[in-house]
Ligand binder design. Structure first.
Ligand code: XIL
Length: 378
C-alpha cells in the first residue's frame, strides 16, 4: 500500500516547465557517469526519487530485434548502458530473454544463460524482476509452432515449461506476465494465432495461472496487453475475464497495460479510470512497457514541441499509476533510443524513450523524476 498518492497534478505543471535544452542529442550524456555537484545525487536517480513501495523499471535490452542490429548485445557489452541500468531503476524486465524462443530453443533443451544473468544483475543491484512471458502467440520457437503435437502433448509441454521456468526463479521474480496479448483489438480471444487457445481452448489460460502459482506461490501473476490503456472493447474483455477467473478461485493477481503510446494519437485520458476498475477487483495494476514514439522530422531530431508532448505523455502515464492504490510497478520499454525497438517496428517513427542515443536525458526523463519526487513528498 502506498501513502503519497496526491501532489501529482501540481507536479505535472512543474515537470513540464523544465527547459527543453536537456533533450537535444548530446546534452547531459555524462550525468550518469559522475555525480552532479551540489545536487542530491540520490534523488538524481529515478529509483530513489520514487515513493518507497513504488518500483521504476525498464526493459533490459537483448535478443529479439537486437540480434539483427550492428551492435553487440547491449546488456552484456555496453558498460555505460549497464551502469545506468543499475543506478536508475529498481525493477527490470527481460525484453526478450525469458520468451519461449530464447529460453526454450529445443523441445528438450532450455537456455537460461541470459535470463540468469539478468536476474543475477538485478539481485546485485537491489532490483526486482518482472518475468515476461509464459503464454503468448508471438516469439515461440519453430519446434513448438510447427511440431504437429497432439492436445495432450501440447498441454504437457506448456505445463512443463511453466513449471520449469517459473520454478527456476521461484522467490526471485516479483511479477510474471503469465498471459500476454490474448485478446485482439475487438476484445475477442486470439483463437487462431495463439497456439494454446487454438489447440486447447480458453480453459488453458486458467491452467497456466494455476501452474505458475504452484511453481512460485510468491510471484504476482498478471495479464498484460497493449491497447488496453483506455476503457474499450479489449480492456472490457479483460475486465470480464479476470472477474470470472477470480470468482473461480484462479490465482490471478494483476492486470497490466503495456502503454506503447504514440504522439500521433491523443493520450488515453481514461487510463487512471481504467486502472481503478481493476484495482476495485482487488487486482494489482502496473504499467509495463511504456514508450512514446513520434514521427521523426527529416533531420531525425525531434522538435522541442515533440519533446514536450512526449514528456507530457510520460508524466501522465506515471501520474495515473501513482494515483491508483495498488499500481506499484511502472516500467519503460528501454531507456535509451540507442536500443529501442520502435524504429525497427514502426517505420518513420522513433525517439520513443527518455534518453537520446548517447544517454542524454530528455524532458521526458526529467518529467518522470520530478513527478516521482513530488509523489514521494520530497
Ligand atoms: C518486443 C521487443 O522489444 C523486441 O526486441 C522484439 O524483437 C519483439 O518484441 N509487446 C510485448 C513485448 O509484450 O514483448 C514486445 O517486445 C513489444 C510489444
Amino acid at each position: 500500500m502506498r501513502r503519497l498518492r496526491f501532489l501529482t497534478m501540481a507536479l505535472a505543471t512543474a515537470a513540464l516547465s523544465l527547459p527543453l535544452t536537456a533533450g537535444v542529442a548530446g546534452a547531459d550524456p555524462a550525468a550518469d557517469r559522475q555525480s552532479v555537484p551540489h545536487s542530491n545525487a540520490r534523488l538524481d536517480r529515478l529509483r530513489d526519487a520514487a515513493p518507497e513501495d513504488f518500483v521504476v523499471g525498464t526493459a533490459v535490452a537483448g535478443g529479439g530485434h537486437h540480434l539483427e542490429q550492428d551492435y553487440p548485445d547491449p546488456f552484456t557489452s555496453d558498460k555505460t548502458y549497464r551502469k545506468i541500468l543499475g543506478r536508475q531503476f529498481s525493477s527490470v524486465s527481460p525484453e526478450n530473454q525469458m520468451k519461449w524462443e530464447f529460453v526454450h530453443p529445443e523441445r528438450d533443451r532450455y537456455d537460461f544463460e541470459a535470463a540468469d544473468a539478468i536476474v543475477g544483475f538485478a539481485e546485485r543491484h537491489g532490483q526486482v524482476v518482472r518475468g515476461h512471458t509464459l503464454l503468448w502467440h508471438s516469439q515461440n520457437p519453430q519446434w513448438l509452432e510447427q511440431g504437429g503435437f497432439s492436445k495432450e502433448e501440447l498441454r504437457a509441454i506448456l505445463r512443463e515449461h511453466v513449471t520449469t521456468v517459473v520454478g527456476r526463479y521461484a522467490g526471485r521474480i516479483q511479477q510474471w506476465d503469465v498471459a500476454n496479448e490474448i485478446f485482439d483489438d475487438r476484445g475477442d480471444l486470439r483463437t487462431q494465432d495463439n497456439i494454446w487457445i487454438r489447440e486447447l481452448g480458453p480453459g488453458i489460460i486458467a491452467d497456466a495461472f494455476r501452474w505458475a502459482h504452484e511453481a512460485d506461490p510468491k510471484a504476482k501473476l498478471f495479464f498484460n496487453d497493449y491497447g488496453v490503456e483506455s476503457v474499450n472493447a479489449k480492456s472490457d474483455a479483460y475486465y470480464a475475464l479476470t472477474q470470472d477467473l477470480i470468482r473461480q478461485g484462479v490465482p490471478v493477481h494483476g492486470f497490466s497495460v503495456q502503454a506503447h503510446l504514440s504522439t500521433r494519437y491523443a493520450f488515453p485520458e481514461d487510463l487512471e479510470t481504467n486502472l481503478r476498475r481493476f484495482d476495485a477487483l482487488r487486482l494489482e495494476t502496473a504499467v509495463t512497457e511504456l514508450d512514446v514514439r513520434m514521427d521523426l522530422p527529416e533531420t531525425g531530431m525531434p522538435t522541442d514541441a515533440q519533446q514536450k508532448q512526449q514528456a507530457d505523455y510520460y508524466q501522465r502515464a506515471l501520474s495515473a499509476c501513482l494515483s491508483v492504490e495498488d499500481c506499484n510497478s511502472f516500467t519503460i520499454w528501454g531507456f535509451t533510443d540507442k536500443y529501442s525497438w520502435v524504429p525497427v517496428f514502426f517505420q518513420g517513427e522513433g525517439a520513443a524513450t527518455v534518453m537520446t542515443e548517447d544517454f542524454g536525458r530528455k524532458p521526458a526523463f526529467h518529467a518522470l523524476r520530478s513527478t516521482l519526487q513530488a509523489a514521494r513528498g520530497d
